[in-house]
Design a protein around this ligand. Structure first.
Ligand code: NAP
Length: 295
């Protein structure tokens, strides 16, 4: 597993380790010792510090591995991490290493909207990474996901923060349509891929059971917290303009690219829950699992 310290990674690790399955061993790939110390610790998990610029570190981590789950990736760029490095470069380096080892299956977590020809840098990078995986010659499952909701996801934390305020300003009045996915459902799907690998390459859209606007999602979250939230609108064009101006002196953060991603409608032609053999968690249960906002 790459990005083992990510929100999805830690949840997936906990799930695998708690399953009590002695036959599943996990190599948890992270970039720093600090991340190793923060991982859920249990028998069956071996941490590995990997450096995507050092093929030997990747090859060493992949020794004896049958299935790789590639989670490392970003939406928010920073001074030290951009889409090409974090989303495309990591995938290239990992696949190159996997091609020289025993890896038989790759599970890659992508994003709805991924497209190598997209004018949006994030969607383009996820699309390019998908191509690297699909052309690797290794069997692969590419799962395109929407907004992920879980206690430790960035989306879940932002939702709780906003829903716990009396009045909140949201992009475009929160009119964009979402299909939020419970992080545990994604973890169940990934675990299933590891247990029941398929031949060839499949690209699947996996979304949550409910379609609703971000505005409605905020209201439902506020109700669960026993509160009411008044939603005001910041026009998307104004937010993009502000982000572009800020971007003249600062890199990363809330860029126009990110704004376009998080205000995109999440639509799919066909949901892959049945293909992946999972039962989707009702949205109300997912919201209940988010807990309370951080103090
Ligand atoms: N959360 C969502 O709503 C959502 C939606 C669609 C797709 N996804 C995709 O699902 C995957 C997991 O998401 P998440 O929310 O669980 O991630 P997350 O918590 O934000 O963690 C990001 C992970 O990527 C690693 N990373 C960041 N920059 C890197 C770089 N330059 N090189 C190598 N590793 C780097 C981080 O490692 P360090 O701690 O070392 O920086 C961390 O392990 C990601 O690929 C993400 O794009 C997530």
């Amino acid at each position: 597993m790459t990005g083992a310290n990510s929100a999805v990674g830690t949840r997936l690790l906990t799930r695998l380790l708690e399953s009590g399955r002695g036959d599943i061993r996990v190599v948890a790939g992270v970039r720093r010792q600090q991340a190793v110390d923060d991982l859920p610790q249990a028998a069956g998990m071996t941490p590995a510090i990997i450096d995507y610029d050092d093929p030997d570190s990747l090859i060493a981590a992949l020794q004896g591995v049958e299935c790789v789950v590639h989670l490392a990736g970003i939406l928010f760029e920073s001074k030290t991490s951009d889409y090409q490095t974090a989303n495309v470069g990591t995938t290239r380096a990992l696949i190159r290493a996997a091609q020289s080892t025993s890896v038989r299956h790759v599970v890659f977590i992508s994003s709805l909207g991924a497209d190598p020809r997209s004018p949006n840098g994030y969607f383009r990078s996820k699309g390019e990474a998908e191509q690297v995986v699909a052309n690797s010659g290794i069997d692969a499952t590419i799962i395109r996901t929407p907004l992920l909701l879980g206690p430790d996801t960035a989306g879940g934390r932002a939702l709780l923060r906003s829903a716990s305020q009396g009045t909140v300003r949201v992009l475009g009045g929160g009119a964009h349509r979402l299909r939020p996915l419970d992080i545990d459902d994604l973890c169940a799907a990934i675990a299933g891929c590891g247990e029941r690998p398929v031949c060839g390459v499949r690209t699947l859209d996996l979304v949550g059971p409910t379609t609703l606007s971000y505005r409605d999602l905020l209201h439902q979250t506020a109700v669960r917290l026993g509160r009411q939230v008044a939603v005001k609108s910041t026009p998307v064009w104004l937010a993009r303009l502000g982000a572009a101006v800020v971007g003249l002196t600062r890199s990363g953060g809330m860029t126009p690219t990110v704004i376009d991603v998080i205000t995109s409608d999440e639509e799919v032609a066909q949901n892959a829950d049945a293909d992946l053999g999972i039962r989707l968690t009702p949205l109300s249960d997912t919201l209940a699992k988010l807990g309370d906002p951080a103090p």
